[in-house]
Structure formats: structure tokens, C-alpha cells
Design a protein around this ligand. Structure first.
Ligand code: ASP
Length: 324
């Protein structure tokens, strides 16, 4: 039961064979997606559908997400479902979570198998997402990601496999709930960042994630860092870089907010365990900002939105200090 607004943005869930061959492309609109879901018409959920974008996940940007939060926030419904390409869900959902100030849940879903394939997962994911969006249990939880009948917090979820229908995982926490027998069950209340209201229209910053790699001498960082307003370094392990990159990172961190995250994909960066040049304690003493348990891509989303909102360095440090 309930009223749900559905915004379709494209992605595999909306892809079908292009005329003349050459692979699938985002071609299906909101009405096509809804019509393909067995059980949705009988679910008692009434839908208000909007064809918002028809793009692959990689084609989406922050401007689309800001426009989406405005359009979705204006709807007088119990919850919102967003369908999009899975390639960027781990970033878009976190951005939406940071931007979303409504009590009604915003639920992102997609599909790993396109509608032309046996066992296409889009219809089941869309039905489960609609059930979560309509559920009173999901109110106040911000942006959730629903695939494979699992409910994940935007803050923790990652795409962990290129093709598996079970690609979405929250390595640090597990899912916050599941959909069973048509009902959304929340098992854990997700942690949400409180970074205050964001207005990412103030600036158009250039931000990047740059990994350190074996034998790195810092030259790639130095060249790339020159053109940036903010940088996330994807470091080894708990936040370590080769000693040869330390001077370059010190210079970059003196000029722009430079966040230290881990390449690993689960677990936090540490702050005061290792003491050698290039270890986390050394880098933090040189002005880098610890990402906590945010992975590099989510750390970059947060950094980008803070810079785009005109936040100063102190406010950026505070925002990262609230990360788990
Ligand atoms: N390439 C697709 C996209 O992100 C993948 C997907 O939707 O699963 O648009």
C-alpha cells in the first residue's frame, strides 16, 4: 500500500537491443519498466512515474542528481524510487543521501541483467524497491539501495562484481534489511552523515580520486594535482603511501583539501598506529584529512559536494570528522 514516485534515469534495467545490432542501449521509459513487473499492479502501491533521463550510469553527473532531488522532493508521496545504471549507484546513492532532506525514503535500484536476458533482475528489483519506498519502516533512513531483495544504506554499499546479480554488498556492515513476503524489514538503522545543508550550485570544483601504486614516485600525483580543487588519495592498506610521494602530497595538501582514503574497499584508514614516512600518522601530520571508513569514491563524492557548496577547509575537516 502507499503512493510511490518512480524516476527512471536509464541504465541496464532500461536497456534493449539497438536497431541494427551493436549491443543494448538505454531505450525503455518509465511506463515500459512498470509494465514489465509482475505483481506490481496487484501490490496496492500506486505509482507516479517520470521519465527523467535515459542515460547509462556513467553518463550521470552531479547536476542530474541535484535536479532529481528537487523534482522528487516536490512529490507528495510516501517514498521515491530511482532506477538507474548500476555502474554508478555506489556514488549517486551516497550523493543523494547527502542531498536528501526529506523524511520519505529515496530508494535507488537497477539491474545487472538487461531485459533481453534470461533471469533479468530488473522487474524483481523494481518491485522490491517500490515496496521499500512505500514502507513506513523506511521513513527517515535517507537514501537506500535495493537489489536482490536486500536493502543497503547508501553510505556503505558498493558494487563488488562486474556481472553477478548479487553484486551489491556493504562490506563493512552488511545490508540494513531485506524484502520478504512483500514486506520491507529493517534489521539495522543505518548511520547517516550530518554535514548540514548542502548547496552544490555555488562552485563547480574539479575533484579526483588518485591511487598510489607500487613504486610510485609522486610525479603522476604532482601533475594531476596541479589542476585540482580537491583530491582523494586512494592509499595502500590503512592509509600508506611510498615515501617518495610524501613531499608531493605535502605540497598538494597545503594548497587544496587532500583526503586520505584506502584502496582496499572495506575498513577505515587509521590515524596513529604506524609512524614511518608515508604512513598514516605522518600524512595526517602533514595536513591530509582522514576519510574514516569512507572508501575513496564515496570520500570524493562528499569532498566534491562540500567544495561545490562553497565550504571552507575547516568545514571540510569537520565533515570528514563525522565519518565512522
Ligand atoms: N552499464 C550499465 C549502466 O550503468 C550497467 C548497469 O546498469 O548495470 O548503465
Amino acid at each position: 500500500m502507499g503512493n510511490v514516485a518512480v524516476f527512471t534515469l536509464g541504465g541496464t534495467i532500461a536497456m534493449t537491443a539497438a536497431p541494427g545490432g551493436g549491443g543494448v542501449v538505454p531505450a525503455l521509459g518509465a511506463a515500459d519498466l512498470i509494465a514489465a513487473v509482475p505483481g506490481l499492479a496487484d501490490s496496492g502501491i500506486s505509482l507516479d512515474v517520470t521519465d527523467f533521463r535515459r542515460l547509462p550510469g556513467a553518463g550521470l553527473g552531479f547536476a542530474d542528481l541535484v535536479a532529481l532531488t528537487h523534482a522528487a522532493g516536490d512529490k507528495d508521496v510516501d517514498g521515491v524510487v530511482v532506477t538507474q545504471g548500476t555502474d554508478t549507484i555506489e556514488e549517486t546513492a551516497f550523493a543523494l543521501d547527502l542531498l536528501w532532506t526529506n523524511e520519505m525514503p529515496l530508494v535507488v535500484t537497477g539491474a545487472m541483467r538487461n531485459p533481453t536476458m534470461a533471469g533479468a533482475d530488473g522487474p524483481a528489483n523494481l518491485l522490491a524497491a517500490a515496496r521499500v519506498a512505500a514502507s513506513p519502516a523506511a521513513r527517515g533512513l535517507g537514501c537506500l539501495v535495493v537489489l536482490g531483495d536486500e536493502i543497503h544504506a547508501a553510505r556503505w554499499v558498493r558494487k563488488t562484481h562486474t556481472i553477478s546479480p548479487a553484486a551489491f554488498r556493504s562490506p563493512d556492515t552488511g545490508p540494513v534489511g531485506l524484502v520478504a513476503e512483500g514486506r520491507a524489514r529493517i534489521l539495522n538503522r543505518p548511520f547517516r552523515h550530518d554535514v548540514g545543508r548542502l548547496d552544490p550550485t555555488v562552485r563547480n570544483p574539479r575533484t579526483a580520486v588518485l591511487p598510489v601504486v607500487l613504486g610510485d614516485d609522486g610525479e603522476t600525483l604532482r601533475r594531476a594535482g596541479d589542476g585540482l580543487d580537491g583530491l582523494v588519495v586512494a592509499a595502500f592498506g590503512v592509509g600508506h603511501v611510498p615515501a617518495a610521494t610524501v613531499d608531493t602530497l605535502t605540497e598538494i595538501a597545503a594548497r587544496i583539501p587532500t583526503v586520505l582514503a584506502s584502496r582496499i574497499g572495506a575498513g577505515p584508514v587509521l590515524t596513529h598506529t604506524y609512524g614511518y614516512p608515508g604512513a598514516e600518522a605522518d600524512l595526517l601530520s602533514r595536513g591530509l584529512i582522514p576519510a574514516g571508513a569512507l572508501d575513496p569514491y564515496k570520500a570524493r563524492v562528499l569532498l566534491h559536494l562540500l567544495l561545490a557548496s562553497g565550504r571552507d577547509r575547516a568545514s571540510i575537516i569537520d565533515a570528514f570528522a563525522t565519518t565512522a
